[in-house]
Each structure stands twice: as structure tokens, then as C-alpha cells.
Design a binder for this molecule. Structure first.
Ligand code: PEP
Length: 254
């Protein structure tokens, strides 16, 4: 049984003070039954992780913490970078790797993404491996080729038992931050395809992997997406910044 997982990616938004308020407000809007159905993760910027950890632990909140990125080295002369251990020590449980903004704006290759995913696992956290095609790739019918390669190379070299614990987020680049969502049918079949790609590399571990959809998820479209058999949750950007809206996404079945 795969438990639903909804992850808020706040990107470069929210100071540490705003983060405290956002985490508290979100927690007020969720109840025990929400947490029984759905695991809820927020990924604030690095500078707010410590404050978020403090409020989550002090108030015994069930919201979990994620980081948006890490470097793959353990330590050393990498000015401006953050190691997996540094975030793990802040009770961070999940780390987004290979988000399309990191691939597109910061030149992250599949090899870099694979190193990050491996380093996140080694530090005892769960990677959320992001994959997805651009509009150009979609229009030239290469979405399957691109996404398949990103999945296979992302998890290359990882033991199948370990692969079972990871999360993959299918996020078509043309749907991120644009208000354009893949139809539930298209998103569902791409998430099925993602699972089959995992199966090619890691066998039956694929059945345990949680596959999320991301790309302009909002309270109006979330239920249709979550109804698809291979969609196990969502990676949510813009709609996760407002606690009311994010809570409505999390309570998608109501
Ligand atoms: C994202 O940043 O991963 C994302 C899906 O953003 P949005 O929901 O704003 O499209």
C-alpha cells in the first residue's frame, strides 16, 4: 500500500519568520484524518529549515520537512553549497533532486542528479527525483525518451530494496508555474510509464515507489489527478504558498 504524499515546494519564497507562520497556519487547517490519509511535506528555503524544525518539534506537528536541493559532497571547498548531512541534522526527511529549474537554470545533468540522489539516500533521507519533458520535447514526441532516460539514469546504481523507498515526481516542464496542467489522463499514463521505467531498472521495487504528479496542481484539479492508479500524490509549487489553498489541495477527497 502506497500512502499519498503531498509536497509543497516553496522555491525561493518565505523568510524564516514567514515560514513559521505558514507552517503553523497549515497545521491549524489539517486534522488527524488528513494525516492518516496523506503524508504532508513542506520544502522551505534552506534559511528557514531550522525555524520550521523548531516549530514542528515544539508543537508536535505531523507536517514533515523537505529540502529543495543539496550538494552531493560530504564536505569541503564548495562555496555556497549545503551537504546532505547538514539538512539531515535539521530533521529534514525528504530532498528534491533534479527539479526542472535546477536542470534548466543551473545545468544539472542526469549524472549530477544521480549523485545527489545517492548522497541523499546515504544520509538517511528520501529523495524526490523530478523528471519531465519540455514543451519542445513533447511537441517532437520525445517525452517518453526524455522521461525514461531521466528515471533510469536518476536511479542507476541504487539497490532495488533502496529504490523501493524513493519518490519520483513526474513534472512536465511546460506545466510548472504556468497554470497549464496535464489532463488527468495524460498525467496518469505518464506516471504509469514512470513506474514501468523504474521496473526496468529495479524490478518489483517499482510497486512500492511513490510517483507524484507536479505542474500547476490546485484545489480544482487535484481530485481528478489523484484518482489515477499510478499517481500517489503531488508536488505543488505556487498553490503551496497559501496555507488555505495548500490545505484544500491536501484535503482533495473532501
Ligand atoms: C514545482 O515547482 O515543482 C511545481 C509543480 O510548481 P507549480 O505547482 O507552481 O506548477
Amino acid at each position: 500500500m502506497r500512502k499519498y504524499l503531498i509536497v509543497g515546494n516553496w522555491k525561493m519564497n518565505a523568510t524564516h519568520l514567514e515560514t513559521i507562520q505558514m507552517v503553523q497556519k497549515l497545521s491549524y487547517r489539517l486534522d488527524v484524518s488528513d494525516h492518516q490519509r496523506v503524508e504532508v511535506v513542506v520544502c522551505p528555503p534552506f534559511t528557514a529549515l531550522r525555524s520550521a524544525q523548531t516549530v514542528i518539534e515544539a508543537d508536535h506537528l505531523q507536517i514533515m520537512l523537505g529540502a529543495q536541493n543539496v550538494d552531493w559532497h560530504e564536505s569541503g571547498a564548495f562555496t555556497g553549497e549545503i551537504s546532505p548531512e547538514m539538512v539531515a541534522k535539521l530533521s529534514v526527511r525528504f530532498v528534491i533532486v533534479g527539479h526542472s529549474e535546477r536542470r534548466g537554470l543551473f545545468g544539472e545533468t542526469d549524472d549530477v542528479v544521480n549523485k545527489k540522489l545517492t548522497a541523499v539516500l546515504a544520509a538517511g533521507m528520501t529523495p524526490i527525483l523530478c523528471v519531465g519533458e519540455t514543451e519542445l520535447e513533447r511537441d517532437s514526441d520525445t517525452a517518453g525518451e526524455i522521461v525514461g532516460r531521466q528515471v533510469r539514469e536518476g536511479i542507476a546504481g541504487v539497490e532495488p530494496d533502496t529504490v523501493a523507498s524513493i519518490v519520483v515526481a513526474y513534472e512536465p516542464v511546460w506545466a510548472i508555474g504556468t497554470g497549464r496542467t496535464a489532463s488527468a489522463d495524460d498525467a496518469g499514463s505518464m506516471c504509469t510509464f514512470v513506474r514501468e521505467q523504474v521496473r526496468e531498472v529495479s524490478g518489483d521495487a517499482a510497486d512500492a515507489v511513490r510517483v507524484l504528479y507536479g505542474g500547476s496542481v490546485n484545489p480544482g484539479n487535484v481530485a481528478g489527478l489523484m484518482a489515477k492508479k499510478d499517481i500517489d500524490g503531488g508536488l505543488v509549487g505556487g498553490a503551496s504558498l497559501d496555507p488555505d489553498t495548500f490545505a484544500s489541495v491536501i484535503r482533495y477527497w473532501m
